[in-house]
Design a protein around this ligand. Structure first.
Ligand code: HEM
Length: 450
């Protein structure tokens, strides 16, 4: 009975919403059906019934251990990523059409190698990222004036298009600005991935799309590598942020790599993660700010301060990611027998962390309220219920770079426009909805008075 409820309330809605790329119609439908509310009530009942212990349930991929306590989440995420592997069968099926050689799908030696490479480019833990000045400039070039001079409803399509151009420039260099074929192919591959390998007859199409995407990526990587060599004489910088050059591709040219690294194979994940900010994160963050005047004023003051460190804007973005995580389910698979509360989890045990449910646990006193301060005072980082970027050895190495890009975009938008909420209104007066449909969110923007 518990398994049936878990499938109906959680697994099937997650599959319908799209695990690799969101299906807008399904995101809207699930938000209207309030499946997340029901799943969370179910999860709380399970916690009470089983005294907070993790429990086995059946899901689409068979029997899985559902992690229901903070202690178990901490144990798995902070444990070895070789024992609690990120590469589950389901993830491999979902992501191999678009990124078969990425860090996310790697194990063993290849994983260590690709981790080193990703870390050198993405610089986790370094704020500001070495490309930060360049990020500010590119984002402002692409987003300034994006909604025109007349007040009116925010046109998300324009914002997404401007952001995509910034993403291509920052990832692959200025010459990639209008190479939308790369993103189109990537998104088509992600849509194939949503079917988790259930449509094998489409493999030919997948190969063709991947050829288009990889040919474009390799061409821009080669050009960026050449430029960085020419600039420095030794290829050690990958473009200078100060002179307006520079991209992740440029940094990749001098990052440590071996024959097994596959630098081009890391790029689809970077493009995907950066693009998601524009499709599903900026809207909710702006809507939260528009509904919370005090926070809005603080964010706008930071946006107008050219010397500001953007810390509050980053916190607002991270808080939107806590409230509506873009990775709401984190699966892991056990690769070797491991001791577990006096028993043993055999190799092959599938684990599921329902991050999107835990993050609204009523034990968090600000669970359903917009609380960006929690990212500044250390509360969010210290809480194992709150892991929108994962944690431990599988923690997202791009969270700081993503925060830099996201904060720059929010700053550019808040400098230019005044935003007012239309629907839904996300104010402090009542709990924030458990699910939000970013594709039908309505905001009003008017050119800002200086
Ligand atoms: C800002 C929003 C972002 C969020 C919420 C986010 C979240 C995550 C999460 C939860 C994971 C772990 C997935 C799992 O354990 O199954 C992950 C992994 C990863 N992310 Fe991000 N990410 C973000 C942005 C980025 C950006 C901008 C990049 C690169 C440009 C990036 C690169 C990566 C990579 C390479 C991995 C694989 C890590 C590994 O396998 O150890 N992410 N991300």
């Amino acid at each position: 009975m518990e398994s049936l409820a878990f499938s109906v309330l959680y697994t099937l809605p997650e599959f319908a919403r799209g695990v690799v790329i969101r299906r807008p119609a399904m995101v809207g439908l699930m938000a209207r059906l309030r499946t997340y509310d029901a799943a969370q009530r179910f999860c709380m009942r399970l916690r009470v019934r089983h005294g907070g212990r993790s429990v086995y349930v059946r899901s689409l991929r068979g029997k899985v251990l559902l992690l229901l306590s903070q202690g178990d989440v901490e144990r798995v995420l902070s444990g070895s990523d070789e024992v609690f592997s990120l590469r589950t069968k389901e993830k491999a099926r979902g992501f191999s059409p678009s990124q078969p050689d990425s860090l996310l799908l790697s194990r063993g030696e290849a994983r260590l190698d690709r981790h080193r490479f990703n870390d050198a480019v993405l610089q986790p833990g370094t704020v500001p990222h070495s490309l930060a000045p360049r990020v500010e400039r590119v984002v402002s070039e692409e987003l300034d004036g994006i909604f025109g001079r007349e007040p009116g409803a925010v046109d998300w399509g324009r914002l997404r298009a401007g952001h995509s151009r910034a993403v291509l420039r920052l990832t692959l260099g200025d010459a990639a600005r209008d190479d939308v074929r790369i993103l189109d192919a990537l998104n088509a591959l992600r849509r194939e991935g949503n079917w988790l390998g259930l449509r094998p007859w489409r493999n030919g199409r997948v190969r063709r799309l991947r050829r288009v995407m990889m040919t474009g990526i390799e061409r821009h990587l080669a050009a960026a590598g050449g430029e960085s060599l020419a600039e420095t004489g030794e290829g050690s910088l990958g473009g200078s942020a100060e002179t307006g050059e520079g991209s992740l591709a440029g940094l990749a040219a001098s990052a440590p790599a071996t024959a097994g690294t596959c630098p081009a194979g890391q790029v689809p994940h970077w493009l995907m993660a950066l693009e998601v900010l524009g499709t599903t994160v900026f809207g909710p963050t702006l809507a939260l700010l528009a509904g919370h005047p005090e926070h809005y004023e603080r964010a706008r003051a930071e946006a107008l301060d050219p010397a500001g460190d953007r810390a509050f804007l980053r916190a607002c973005l991270y808080e939107a990611l806590r409230l509506w995580p873009i990775v709401p389910t984190m699966p892991r698979v056990v690769t070797a027998p491991v001791a577990w509360h006096g028993a043993t989890l055999p190799a092959g045990t599938d684990l599921v962390i329902p991050v999107g449910l835990h993050t609204r646990n009523p034990q968090i006193d600000y669970a359903d309220a917009f609380t960006p301060e929690a990212w500044l005072d250390g509360r969010a980082a210290a809480d194992w219920w709150i892991v929108p970027f994962s944690a431990g050895p599988g923690r997202c190495p791009g969270s700081d770079f993503g925060g830099t890009v996201g904060a720059a975009a929010l700053a550019a938008l808040l400098r230019q426009y005044d935003f007012r909420p239309v629907a839904p209104r996300l104010g402090p007066g009542r709990p924030l909805p458990k699910a939000l449909d970013p594709f039908t969110l309505r905001l009003y923007a008017a050119p800002a008075m200086r």
